[in-house]
Structure formats: C-alpha cells, structure tokens
Design a protein around this ligand. Structure first.
Ligand SMILES: [Fe+2]
Length: 295
C-alpha cells in the first residue's frame, strides 16, 4: 500500500481570518502565517495539518495523501497515471508552501482534487495549543479523516481501492430523504478505522466533513464549551459512532463543511481482527444533525 496517511488538507477561503479564529480559538490548533497570505494550522510536530489559502471560494481545495518514501511516491504516480487520470506536476512554489519534498496532483473520478506527497518538511517544534488542547491524535494514523462527495460512486470506489490501495472498512446506506439513500463507504490506509469515506451526496464545498481526534473526553467537552461561548453553530450533537467507536460532535467550519471533533477512535489490526460490515445506522446514540447556517 503506497499511501499511508491523510497528511493534510488544503482549504480555500475568501476570509482567512475566519479560519484563523475558528482554527485556533474554537478547535485549539496552533497557527503560523505561511507564504502568499496562507495560514498554517498546526496539530502536532508537523508544520501544519490544515493549510488555508486565500481564494475566490470557500471550501476544500485538496486532500493531501502521504507516501512513505520517494519509491512509494513514484509507484503511486505510476499507478494513478496508468488508471488514466491526468498527473499534474507541482511547482517549486507549491512544494515550498506545502512543506514537502515531492508532490503531484490529480482529480479523482468524482472531481475531487487530490495531492500525493513524500518527505514532509518540518521543524519538529512541539504543538502548543492556544486554548489548552492536550494533544491531537495523529502520528502514523495521519491528521484524521476526510469524507468526500462522490457522485461518480462506483468509479470512485474502484479507483480508491484498486489504484490507491485503500481497504474497505465498512458500509453505510444513509437515508437522506424518503426518496434518496446515499452510499457511504469508509476506507482505511493505516490503523485508523477510516482515513477516507466516499459519500454519494453532492456537496458544493467539495467536502462532507473532516475529522480531528483528541486524546480524551475532557478536550471534547471543553471544545463544546468554547463553541457555546462563541455561539458557533453545531452541525451535529455529541454522539458515538458505530463503526469507529468515536465519541464526537460536528461543528460548521468557515469552509461550508463540517468538522468532526472527537476522541476514542478505534485503532485497528486489519490483518487479524476485522471483517467488512454494514451498519444500518451511523451512531449508537446522539449525532442529531442541524442544517448549515443560512439554510
Ligand atoms: Fe467522520
């Protein structure tokens, strides 16, 4: 398997300052200004896990997938090219802004922009949260997970499993309305129960949600306190997911998609302790959804 983690995401924003406040004061990430008006939001010893770039729209710009070595990176590029997707080479400026040694991009079968990298460049400065979050759970499980709108679902599923080497973790058929049920397939590339999910639902922001994990329930509760104090709209109440066991809530980001913030996600031994399953509901309890602000 050549991709081994969700290394980062890139968010495009019409108002980077909104992300600065949300990222630092609500979520508890550390900040550093990046080149060309961009913003690094730091969750661990990496320079950043969320890169916010100024732009004409609000939404997810790209998901950044990490490979373990130059060899694995080159093998990924070959596999993606062989699948027929166009390889977009990176510029020195892009690599410098991403803080990576090598990078190429492509657009997946459902139109989502993906970046593949090797060799993240970091100063290894410790993470110090501005609001006292103890630790984000990252390391070899990556920054968390991303759920991408995948209306070309069958082609996307085939691409991510057969070309990118992800394994299917579990399946959910989510009844979005009496007339429409969306397929959501959860996929893994490391011990995190899912690093990627494909959701058969259109999403103008380019993203259904992203997930960040903290170490303990107190940090989840304190984030809920900050959300209440700052009157930030919640997307879903506290709940526990059936598939990855995570206790989490969802909050609307300035990017028009939700951020799941939780703790206690499963760490899987895929070889010895898993068979793919389908759940008929996403949560044991909680996770009552609200419409995005302005809807
Ligand atoms: Fe999630």
């Amino acid at each position: 398997m050549s991709i081994n983690q969700l290394g980062y995401i890139v968010v495009e924003s019409t108002d980077v300052e909104k992300w600065r406040f949300f990222g630092t004061q609500i979520i508890g990430l550390a900040e550093e200004n990046g080149p060309s008006g961009s913003l690094y939001l730091k969750a661990d010893e990496r320079r950043y896990r969320i890169l916010v770039v100024p732009g004409a729209r609000d939404g997810l710009y790209a998901s950044g997938w990490e490979t373990v070595s130059e060899e694995a990176f080159n093998a990924s590029r070959e596999q993606v090219a062989k699948s027929g997707a166009e390889i977009i080479e990176s510029s020195a400026e892009e690599r410098s802004q991403r803080c990576v040694t090598g990078m190429f991009s492509f657009v997946d079968p459902s139109g989502n922009r993906q970046e593949v990298i090797w060799g993240p460049i970091s100063d290894f400065l410790p993470f110090v949260s501005p609001v006292g979050v103890k630790r984000f759970v990252t390391g070899n499980m990556g920054m968390g997970h991303v759920v991408l709108p995948s209306m070309n679902f069958d082609a996307s599923y085939k691409f991510w499993t057969q070309v990118c080497g992800f394994g299917l973790s579990d399946i959910l058929h989510a009844p979005l309305s009496p007339e429409y049920t969306a397929r959501i397939y959860f996929m893994h590339c490391n011990p995190r129960q899912h690093s990627l999910a494909l959701a058969e639902m259109p999403q103008p922001s380019g993203c259904v949600h992203i997930m960040l994990e903290v170490e303990g329930l107190d940090d989840v509760g304190r984030a809920l306190d900050r959300i209440a104090q700052n009157k930030v709209p919640l997307a879903a109440t506290l709940g526990r997911h059936v598939n990855d066991d995570m206790v989490s809530f969802y909050v609307w980001t300035p990017g028009g998609f939700a951020l799941e913030f939780g703790c206690g996600g499963l760490v899987k031994d895929w070889e010895n302790d898993h068979s793919v399953f389908e759940t008929t509901r996403g949560s044991h309890w909680g996770h009552q959804w609200s419409a995005p602000p302005g809807h």
